[in-house]
Write a new protein. Structure first.
Length: 255
């Protein structure tokens, strides 16, 4: 692990800007502001990346923007000590979940965020018929107008069989979710296709192909602390903490 990091989860915000929903040219640069929390939620069962950010405002900057919802947040961040590996993402504020006064003249804002791509989906409808493989139909929906995502951000497994489908006035993601239930992977024959978004981009991939990907990270559920020696206090091993599972939940079979 690189030097400089003090605890697992420590991050550095390299760029942070917020654009007004009513006046897009009004951009608030908060790079260097005190960000006390920044969480990102990804799931292979979710068509959007979600986030939560808490920002301390001691200059009434956020109050004067103001934050009402649907503001665009552009953020670039990295793990402390790994500054050469940064992540950039655009989010939309969909909820102000907390606004508390810390001291006189200083407030903390906590905002719920959703990926820009998901918002674009909710503002777009397609009315079109297709006759092609499901993978080509999905590719056409995602990489051409009006969605027009970059091909480098779209990951699609090839499917078998030709389908004739019609989507009258339908959200693009709803159309793709329907196609996912009908698709069969061309290489493995798997009928289990997942449609989801990650920080890498938009995925339309079979479960088996995801299993075949190289291992990205190994995790454990053990104690992340180690003893330095007899009579000495415990010290955190940061690499072990990075791999420690915080919590596990098993959905009820009755749901």
């Amino acid at each position: 692990m690189s030097d400089g990091i003090q605890y697992a989860g420590e991050f550095s915000v390299d760029t942070l800007t917020i654009s007004s929903a009513k006046s897009p040219d009004k951009i608030l640069n908060l790079t260097g502001a005190a960000v006390t929390q920044f969480d990102i939620y990804e799931s292979i069962f979710s068509t959007s990346v979600l986030g939560k950010i808490s920002i301390i405002d001691d200059n009434n900057l956020l109050s004067n923007l103001p934050i009402l919802g649907q503001e665009r947040i552009n953020i670039e961040f990295s793990t402390v000590g790994l500054d050469d590996i940064s992540i950039k993402k655009e989010f939309i504020v969909y909820e102000v979940i907390a606004r508390e006064e810390l001291t006189k003249g200083a407030e903390i804002f906590t905002l719920n965020l959703v990926s820009l791509e998901f918002l674009q989906n909710t503002r777009t409808e397609i009315s079109k018929s297709f006759t092609d493989t499901i993978s080509n139909i999905v590719r056409n929906i995602l990489t051409t107008e009006p969605i027009d995502y970059p091909s480098s951000k779209v990951f699609i497994d090839e499917t078998s069989g030709i389908r004739k489908v019609n989507f009258p006035s339908c959200y693009p993601y709803k159309a793709i979710e329907r196609l996912a239930t009908e698709s069969v992977d061309k290489n493995s024959g798997s009928p289990f296709t997942l449609f989801f978004e990650s920080l890498e981009g938009i995925h339309f991939q079979s479960l088996l192909s995801l299993y075949k990907n190289p291992i990205a990270q190994e995790f454990n559920s053990g104690d992340a602390t180690v003893l330095l020696g007899e009579g000495q206090t415990k010290s955190n091993d940061i690499e072990d903490e990075m791999q420690r599972i915080i919590g596990v939940s098993v959905p009820s079979q009755n749901n």
